[in-house]
Design a protein around this ligand. Sequence first.
Ligand SMILES: [Zn+2]
Length: 55
Amino acid sequence: MSDEKQKTLCAHVEEELQVKDPKAYIALIKPATHYCEGCGRSAAKAENVCKPQPL
Ligand SMILES: [Zn+2]
């Protein structure tokens, strides 16, 4: 069972996805519709951040 696709942006950034695979990272954050109340990141989907709030 792979939960790779369910991982939050917050977890991806901890693993430096933005450095290892910038295109995959950008696909998660663009176009941003939500931001994370926990860490302040923005994301294209609410489920990609740990505490989603609409932008
Ligand atoms: Zn977060």
